[in-house]
Design a protein around this ligand. Structure first.
Ligand SMILES: [Fe+2]
Ligand SMILES: [Fe+2]
Length: 202
């Protein structure tokens, strides 16, 4: 995170200031904000009382799936297009994202207070944090140095639009759930619905 606050490491050089492009508009800033949110959800999960863990699981699932699907539709096509060796870079990270989706799908069938669920949760947390670090240390800086600030800003706006289009309801049983915004498992169907919504706007 500190890398982006500092700016330079992700390619936000004097070019940015010259073009008047605000760092807050860039794709990298948006992605890192998502990473912070996901990390916070992962870190506080263990502190949730048992009767809040199902809700916490769905909140985390939607946060992760929205982020990863939006990355697959916007970040990784740009990485493949602009970065030397981008196909390999993108392919490795997307495999990790798919593995996390499979793990989430397995966990939805396990009770949140079950020891198997908690072991899987620990594995998920380790995998997601490792994946995020790999993106922050390789993918983001490589893309930021391969494209100019205007393109990063354009991709950032597209990313925000994509995420805004995705269903957001965190809990399948929430009493105030609005029609048309309900997200109900299974996880695989949630992924498909989010992907469909995002593809309609990008
Ligand atoms: Fe990712
Ligand atoms: Fe990410």
């Amino acid at each position: 995170m500190t890398n982006v606050e500092g700016g330079k490491e992700f390619g936000e050089t004097d070019d940015t200031e010259r073009k008047g492009t605000c760092m807050a508009e860039s794709l990298i800033t948006n992605l890192l904000a998502d990473h912070q949110k996901a990390k916070a959800l992962l870190e506080r999960f263990d502190d949730l009382p048992m009767d809040r863990r199902e809700e916490g699981f769905w909140d985390l699932t939607l946060t992760l799936v929205q982020h990863e699907v939006a990355e697959e539709e916007i970040l990784y096509p740009a990485v493949r297009r602009y970065v030397d060796g981008g196909d390999d870079l993108a392919g490795g990270r997307i495999e990790e994202q798919s593995a996390a989706e499979l793990l989430l799908a397995e966990m939805e069938h396990q009770l949140p207070n079950d020891t198997v669920f908690m072991q899987n949760f620990a594995n998920l947390r380790d995998a997601v944090l490792e994946h995020a670090t790999a993106e922050e240390e390789t993918v983001f800086p490589e893309l930021a140095s391969a494209v100019d600030a205007d393109e990063l800003a354009h991709l950032g706006k597209l990313y925000e639009k994509a995420k805004a289009s995705a269903p957001t309801r965190p809990h399948p049983h929430a009493p105030d759930t609005a029609p048309g915004k309900v997200i109900v498992g299974p996880v695989a169907a949630v992924v498909d619905r989010i992907r469909d919504a995002i593809r309609k706007v990008v």
